[in-house]
Design a protein around this ligand. Structure first.
Ligand code: ATP
Length: 333
């Protein structure tokens, strides 16, 4: 696995920790020794192709499914246990089942009480959530009369009832219109530091803007994980595009001794790769490079830090399919 290794964080620092978790559905191996450490207070993105194991990971974390092997820990209290985790861990499942004939307000009240919100607080709490997901006007309507996106918003809202410490959101903005998706993203990003949120999404731009950490799952394993800035190389890589004209490489190299500079003539892009150093921020590296380029007569057309998460994702080699249980190849211990 590249990025930050699971061992780098201890269970005490983690809101969610899965170690060597395996899960098969008959002959399908959905999780194949998955290691995942979600730091407390982070907004953590889980990405991966269809069938990678994201929903299975969520289901095991929430206690809806049991792992075949491995360890699961939520908030330092072991695997999900209603007595320890009720109200502290909440989730938006991929397909949330709501009571079709209940009104929105009754549904949220019922779920809020289940999650431990007290009888005196529940009314104000439901009003807060209705406002948050922009459903105040539909509060008295029955669930069955809501559109797909509105149902999704009820599901998101119920996950934030009370004061949960760990919230698991499986594809929260799937099916929302752009304005609603934007407001949910803003709300989630604003929660950073107050609670831990894990989001699975196929929208890599969303993960990059909302999350501070990310793990990429492929075929039941984490293949890359760490802070977004490390995964995208924001603090160790800069690309500078140059228009037609001089390319004063020697000057840049003299200004940045010890750093790697690569010139791609076809793309007219200069890539700088550097290590973090005490007293030198990425901005200082950009400044020194631009100064040298301008002094050498270069015409700068763009400056980009790191690579997009989408590019990192697309550049990862496709993993070989895991062997089927009982196939005789590398199998469970
Ligand atoms: P997606 O992005 O498509 O939602 P995912 O990453 O959430 O996918 P999972 O739903 O966890 O992936 O599925 C992982 C693997 O387990 C897939 O091969 C899937 O077909 C299989 N799987 C999931 N649920 C079941 C089930 N109930 N019975 C049999 N196989 C299942």
């Amino acid at each position: 696995m590249s990025g930050v290794a699971a061992e780098a964080l201890t269970t005490d620092d983690a809101a969610l920790c899965l170690r060597a978790v395996g899960k098969s559905y008959g002959r399908i191996r959905a999780l194949d020794g998955l290691d995942l450490v979600v730091p407390r207070g982070s907004v953590f993105g889980l990405v991966g192709p269809n069938g990678a194991g994201k929903t299975t990971t969520f289901s095991i974390a929430c206690g809806w499914l049991r792992a075949d092997r491995g360890e699961v820990d939520l908030l330092g209290g072991g695997a999900f246990d209603p007595a320890r985790h009720r109200g502290r861990v909440t989730a938006l499942p991929q397909d949330s089942a709501l009571g079709r004939d209940m009104t929105v307000v009754d549904q949220l009240t019922y779920l809020g009480r289940l999650q431990g919100v007290g009888p005196r607080e529940i009314r104000g709490e439901v009003e807060r959530i209705l406002k948050l997901v922009d459903l105040t006007e539909r509060a008295r309507d029955r669930i069955r009369t809501l559109s797909h996106g509105m149902l999704r918003r009820v599901g998101i809202g119920q996950a934030f009832l009370g004061d949960p410490e760990l919230v698991l959101l499986d594809e929260p903005t799937n099916g929302l219109d752009p304005r609603q998706a934007h407001s949910i993203r803003e709300f989630v990003a604003a929660q950073r530091g107050t609670r831990t949120i894990v989001i699975s999404s196929h929208n890599l731009h969303e993960i990059e803007t909302v999350c501070d950490h990310v793990a990429l799952i492929d075929r039941g394993r984490v293949v890359m994980a760490g802070p977004i800035s490390a995964v995208t190389g924001r603090d160790g890589e800069v690309r500078i595009g140059l228009a037609e004209g001089p390319v004063p490489l020697a000057e840049v190299r003299a200004a940045l001794p010890g750093d790697r500079t690569e010139w791609d003539e076809a793309a007219r892009t200069l890539t700088l790769r550097f290590q973090e150093q005490a007293g030198r921020a990425t901005e200082d590296v950009i400044g020194a490079a631009l100064h040298a380029l301008l002094a050498g007569g270069a015409r700068i057309s763009s400056v980009t830090r790191g690579q997009s998460l989408e590019r990192r994702y697309l550049d990862l080699p496709a993993a070989a399919p895991p062997p089927l249980p009982g196939s005789g190849a590398a199998a469970d211990p």
